[in-house]
Write a protein that binds this ligand. Structure first.
Ligand code: DX5
Ligand code: ZN
Length: 208
């Protein structure tokens, strides 16, 4: 059985107060902290943070993910999820490197990328099915991406399947019933009056 993981996307947080924002989300019941890694953005650091060691679910939105393996491992990243589109010829090798550094490898698929792209010899522990075009928070959930979630869930009953983009109380049921168990939510959590309520609604909707 899969376990629900609710991962507020720190891209929607107040960057000037990243540590206290992280602390607040953990207090509100977040399981993971989703960190969107772009060329110029706050980098996670589990060593210097005041809060308890959190699961840092890093989503690499860069074109050179290999260059980030070492620095993110040093910074205390837990999950390292990269886009298969930018690592087509070497993604299996990258998965290996991530494991060697003690992180959990994940592969992300843009809305237009088929699931066949992530089938290989060296299994990943998570597939991230993007439910918007990667870039920024606050975009509209794309229901057509659920076909990929269903196909993956059918084939891999215990794989972590993450969805990212446009998730909130009004879209969670589509993702949960398709088989997603790791739920990233940026604007719906950070924009809520009571983020803890949103986190709990999201968690209750995921089936195990
Ligand atoms: C989008 C990022 C997401 C983003 C999600 O490219 O990968 O993690 O922060 O934000 P919402 O939940 O607002 O769509
Ligand atoms: Zn993301």
């Amino acid at each position: 059985a899969v376990v629900a993981k609710i991962a507020p996307s720190m891209l929607s947080s107040d960057f000037a107060n990243l540590a206290s924002e992280a602390e607040r989300m953990l207090r509100f019941g977040a399981d993971w902290l989703h960190m969107d890694i772009m060329a110029l953005c706050p980098q996670p650091d589990n060593r210097s943070s005041s809060h308890r060691e959190a699961y840092l679910d890093c989503h690499l939105m860069v074109t050179n993910p290999l260059d980030y393996v070492e620095p993110l491992a040093k910074a205390g990243a837990s999950g390292f999820t990269f886009h298969v589109e930018v690592a087509k010829d070497y993604w299996q090798d990258l998965v290996h490197q991530i494991k060697v550094k003690g992180m959990r490898p994940g592969v992300a698929l843009k809305p237009g990328t088929p699931v066949e792209e992530v089938e290989g010899e060296n299994p990943v522990e998570m597939v991230l099915v993007m439910t918007v075009e990667p870039g920024f928070g606050g975009q509209k959930f794309m229901p057509e991406t659920m076909d990929k979630v269903r196909a993956l869930r059918k084939k891999y009953p215990s794989l972590d399947i993450e969805v990212d983009g446009g998730l909130g109380p009004s879209t969670i049921d589509m993702a949960a019933s398709a088989g997603a168990n790791c739920i990233v939510a940026g604007s719906s959590v950070f924009g809520a009056k009571e983020p803890a309520n949103v986190i709990s609604i999201l968690r209750k909707s995921v089936r195990d």
